[in-house]
Ligand binder design. Structure first.
Ligand code: NDP
Length: 289
């Protein structure tokens, strides 16, 4: 039976630490980090994610600037809004909630965020730094997974890692972070042949596909560490991951639940990145957690 990796607990500790740092800075300097979030349209899931981010910002003591633009807002208008935030010294971190409506060019808009304020680490500049092993702002979910592994003292050097899912926001950045820690990384995707062969070879298996219970226990090596990023909502309204949790937990050595595993860490890393950008801009000490 696997050790259940408690993302709520780990994220709670990070958030409490940041809360104290922010309170101290507020007391001494009367300033606080400001996170600006742009939401375009009214996609219900995006609205929920944005409200969670606002809630987190309030809890930590950040200033939050929520910018809701109606569906149909033009590319140029959004680009100008981003540039306005880039130029605003009061704003330390900028996030554009994805996915954007189809008529918009997401890549161009993300590219318009100043790398110094790119809290998600999605700009080509920050991604390039990550890919070349340099200090950068790292996408929140990938960073959260690395922090969880660290928290549970799970070593990466020399291990076989299989990441199922190659998105720019999870799979790709995580592959770079894990390679930098000397893991041997395989990245699988929807066109991968014999997926099971790759998952069975993994000492550490990460799944980020959004396909409910894609990973069954026969696909997991005995004693593997299993990290489940996927979130799908079933017809019963319950959240499920990519992994058949009930059966896989009998075989794995460590496993993340859904919910309560990677999800809370993503939010905690957004707080961490917001504070980090603020600290760099204002030359305050960075958080060590
Ligand atoms: P994307 O849709 O961008 O990427 C999904 C990836 O999974 C793609 O690379 C796709 O392959 C691959 N894939 C899909 N089906 C299969 C399959 N049958 N076998 C192997 N690979 C497959 O999703 P995201 O990366 O944005 O998100 C993935 C999941 O993680 C979602 O459920 C999302 O909600 C969740 N998520 C959770 C977060 C958290 O905080 N817990 C944060 C971010 C995401 P291909 O490239 O070939 O299409």
């Amino acid at each position: 039976m696997a050790v259940i990796i408690d993302g709520k607990k780990a994220s709670g500790e990070i958030l409490r630490f940041l809360q104290l740092m922010v309170a101290d800075i507020k007391l001494k300097h009367n300033i606080a980090p400001t996170l600006a979030v742009i939401l375009v349209g009214d996609d219900p899931a995006s609205k929920v994610y944005v409200s969670k981010k606002e809630e987190m910002a309030k809890k930590i003591g950040f200033n939050s600037l929520m910018i809701n633009l109606p569906d149909g807002t033009g590319q140029k208008e959004i680009a100008e809004k981003i540039e306005e935030l880039n130029q605003d010294d009061e704003v330390n971190a900028i996030l554009v909630q994805l996915p954007l409506p189809d008529y918009l060019d997401s890549h161009a808009l993300i590219n318009g965020i100043s790398p110094m304020k790119d809290v998600d680490g999605f700009t080509p500049y920050n991604f390039g730094l990550l890919a070349t092993g340099k200090e950068s702002v790292v996408p929140c979910t990938a960073l959260g997974i690395m922090k969880l592994l660290e928290e549970y003292n799970i070593q990466l050097a020399g291990k076989n890692v299989t990441i199922v899912g190659r998105s720019n926001i999870v799979g790709k950045p995580l592959a770079h972070l894990m390679m930098a820690k000397n893991a041997t990384v395989t990245v699988a995707h929807s066109k991968t042949e014999n997926l099971k062969e790759h998952t069975l070879n993994a000492d550490i298996l990460v799944c980020a596909t959004g396909k409910k219970h894609l990973i069954t226990s026969d696909m997991v090596k005995e004693g593997a560490v299993v990290i489940d990023v996927g979130i799908t909502r079933g017809e019963d309204g319950k959240l499920a991951g990519d992994v058949d949790y009930e059966n896989v937990k009998e075989k794995a050595s460590f496993i993340t639940p859904v919910p309560g595993g990677v999800g809370p860490m993503t939010i905690a890393m957004l707080a961490y990145n917001t504070y980090k950008l603020f600290a760099i801009q204002k030359a305050f000490p960075e958080g060590s957690k």
